[in-house]
Ligand binder design. Structure first.
Ligand SMILES: [Zn+2]
Length: 191
């Protein structure tokens, strides 16, 4: 495994549409392994292949319970509407509110080309799925977002971790909710 460079806002590759994965081979497996390593290094909760400069339809997501690798994901059903706070590894130090469904059903494949279906109304997972699949179509959350604000810096998060101790992601969420008193159900996924 190896760390890959995360492409940042302004890089044209982030605006391009990714192509479907055709070969579920070692190249794909290496890409996915590197994406996990890179995402964890930068404390992300999700990542799409174009964020490391590869225009292929592959995303990874992590919740507290589960890890997902989704190849050629397609949203086949949505329901409801909600506004969620999001952030992105490719758009440092910014967060904003984006309108997303409350429920999504996604069909995809795993790295061995087995079909996978996810149907969920979990806030974080719905947001992350929509956010990552948008990346595959060259869309960044910041282009859809309202109420764009500076995001707490890593130093602020580290400081908060020292005080809270325990899961750094939980600390991040607490920090975020503190800044967002309107609706403490909102969760910012840095994805
Ligand atoms: Zn993103």
């Amino acid at each position: 495994m190896a760390l890959r460079r995360i492409r940042q806002y302004g890089d044209d590759i982030l605006k391009k549409k990714s192509k479907p994965v055709v070969k579920f081979d070692e190249t794909l497996h290496n890409l996915l392994d590197d994406m996990w390593e890179t995402m964890h290094e930068f404390d992300g909760l999700g990542m799409a292949a174009p964020q490391v400069g590869v225009l292929r339809r592959a995303i990874i997501l992590e919740t507290e319970e589960e890890q997902y690798e989704l190849i050629n994901p397609v949203i086949v059903e949505t329901d409801g509407q909600d506004v969620k706070t999001e952030a992105c590894l490719s758009v440092p130090n910014k967060q904003g509110d984006v309108e997303r469904p409350m429920f999504v059903k996604v069909e995809a494949y795993d790295r061995h080309e087995n079909p996978v279906t996810i149907a969920t109304d979990d806030d974080m997972l719905v947001t992350a799925l929509c956010h990552e699949i948008d990346h595959l179509d060259g869309i960044l959350f910041i282009e859809k977002a309202t109420n764009i604000q500076p995001r707490p810096t890593d130093e602020e998060v580290a400081e908060s971790n020292k005080r809270i101790k325990g899961n750094p992601r939980r600390a991040l969420k607490i920090l975020n909710n503190k800044d967002n008193k309107k609706d403490n159900k909102k969760v910012a996924a840095r994805a």
